[in-house]
Design a protein around this ligand. Structure first.
Ligand code: ATP
Length: 257
């Protein structure tokens, strides 16, 4: 379970630009949940992900993962359990290295040795098999530099690499936003497959309302540092894109924002 408890988060403390983004913010995500998070620009979605991943520290409150208090735990330690895929496909892969080298690097994440041990014949055929499941022909391009791949191919690799080691939590930060509609669809289907197969507890921030409605078992809408809509199970299944648009409009009218 991921739990954010009584979180306060300020930016630009002590300056004229000081803002309080989260005040007593609470969120519980149960094991196995796939949560879609939507919301207007600046509502706090990425900040929430950063708090979970440890690249941002709260001023008050606690964050726990599987019952363990990780509020003070460093980001690189959290990475053993939490995988994150970013909007920019370049963030999750190394462009100057080959597909094989990237796979090996991801495979050896958190281990004390380098590439040599990871690239033996047995592992290469394992990587080939994993890549072939993407259905993009990458298994026949093991010597190709990742920088030469398309955005969609790179994002598929980023997803595969992030989930190669046994993580428990997957953070998706607008990971289809930079892709064309067809490729975004493909990456979403791949995401869903990986999440189900590995039973990953997943938080996906997206501006794509259809993806938010169609995927996952819970949907949260953020606004000004608060979850203004939170639907799970059957209630989430009943949601339509129009309901979300209505909710967006209501919020805008109420806050003039
Ligand atoms: N490093 C920072 N320094 C100062 N203010 C910040 C910082 N990061 C975020 N903010 C502010 O916090 C608020 C929430 O930002 P955040 O990026 O979390 O929102 P978001 O919902 O992810 O937005 P978007 O949909 O545009 O990505 C915004 O007002 C933003 O300007």
């Amino acid at each position: 379970m991921i739990e954010l408890k009584n979180i306060d988060k300020y930016y630009n403390i002590g300056t004229v630009n000081e803002i309080c983004l989260f005040k007593d913010f609470n969120l519980k995500i149960q094991n196995g949940d796939f949560v879609s998070v939507i919301g207007s620009n600046g509502s706090g979605k990425t900040s929430m992900l950063n708090l979970i991943c440890g690249s941002l520290q709260p001023e008050k409150g606690s964050i726990s993962l599987g019952g363990e208090d990780i509020t003070k735990q460093k980001e690189f330690v959290r990475q053993r359990k939490i995988g994150r895929v970013y909007q920019d496909p370049a963030m999750g892969t190394c462009p100057s290295m080959t597909i094989l080298e990237n796979m090996s690097l991801a495979d050896n994440k958190g281990r004390a040795y380098g590439l040599a041990l990871g690239t033996n014949k047995k592992r290469i055929s394992h990587y080939r098999e994993m890549l072939s499941q993407l259905g993009l022909g990458l298994e026949d391009m093991m010597g190709t530099k990742v920088g030469a791949l398309s955005g969609g191919q790179r994002q598929a690799m980023a997803l595969l690499m992030t989930t190669m080691t046994p993580i428990e939590f997957l953070i998706l930060d607008e990971h289809t936003a930079a892709l064309d509609p067809k490729t975004a669809e493909l990456i979403m289907q791949l995401t869903d497959k990986i999440v189900r197969e590995k039973n990953l507890t997943t938080v996906m921030v997206t501006h794509n309302l259809r993806f938010a409605v169609e995927y996952g078992n819970r949907l949260i809408m953020m606004h000004q540092g608060q979850a203004v809509l939170d639907k799970a199970g059957k209630e989430k299944e009943a949601l339509a894109i129009e309901d979300l648009l209505d909710q967006f409009n209501e919020i805008s009218i109420e806050t003039g924002n």
